[in-house]
Design a protein around this ligand. Sequence first.
Ligand code: NAD
Length: 251
Amino acid sequence: MSTQKVAIVTGAARGIGAAIARRLADDGLAVAVLDLEAQACSPVVDEIIAAGGRAIAVGADVSDEDAVATAVDQVTAELGAPTVVVNNAGVLRDNLLFKMSVSDWDTVMAVHLRGAFLMTRACQRNMLDAGWGRVVNLSSTSALGNRGQVNYSAAKAGLQGFTKTVALELGRFGVTANAIAPGFIETDMTRETAERIGVPFDDFISACADDTAVKLAGQPDDIANAVSFFVDERARYVSGQVLYVAGGPKA
Ligand code: NAD
C-alpha cells in the first residue's frame, strides 16, 4: 500500500472529473476527489470504495491559494503525498466580447488558469521528492477559437502554454505534463449550454455528433481514458503534448 500513487482530480464531483477519478482508482491509484463542496464528492468516493479502491472527498476552491494548500495537506495526511494532479475544474461564463463583463472574464481565468497554477505548484515538491510525477490539464477545442468564449478560449489556450512550460521545467525530475483538449462531451456543463441557448439537449448532442468525423458525441470516459494513458508509468516519454479528444482532427 505504501507504494500506491496518490492523485488529486479537481472538479471531480461530476462529469469528466468524476469519470477521471473512477478511472484512476481502477488503475490502482488512491484518489482525492476534489470539488467546491466535499459533500458533493461523496457519491463518487462511495462508488470508488465500493469497487475496492481508495478515495477521499475534499472541498476546495482551486482559485483560492489557502484552500489549495489546506486541501493538499489533507490529501497528504489521509492518502499520502499526491504526485499526480489532474486540473479539470472548470466553469463557463460565455458571452460575446462586447457584452462580456470583467467579472466573467476574471472568474474563468481564476478557475482554469490560476487554479491549475496553484494546484500544480502546491504538488510539485512531492513530485520532485518522488522523482516521478504526472500533471494533466484539461484544455478544450475552444482553445482554437470559439464564438462567445473569448474568456474560456483564452484560458484553455493559456493552459496549453502552461502545460508545455511545466513539462520543460519538471521533465528532468521524472515529471511529465500534458494537456487534453476535448471536443463536445455529454455532461452537465454542455447540458447547461444547450439550455442557455434554448436547444433541446438531444438536438444539441446530435448536432455536435454530426460535426465530428466519427459521428459520435463524446462521453466522460473518452477523456478519462486519455488521462489514464498520460498518467501511466509507461508514458514517461510523452510530455508537453496536447491531445485533441474530439472525434476527429482539430490541431
Ligand atoms: P462540469 O461543469 O460538469 O464539472 C466541472 C466541475 O468543476 C463541477 O463539479 C464544479 O463544481 C467544479 N468546479 C468549478 N469551479 C471550481 C473551483 N473553483 N474549484 C473546484 N471545483 C470547481 O464540467 P465538465 O463538462 O465535466 O468539464 C470538465 C473540464 O473539461 C472543464 O475544465 C471543462 O472546461 C473541460 N471541457 C469540457 C468539455 C465538454 O464538452 N464537457 C469540452 C472541453 C473541455
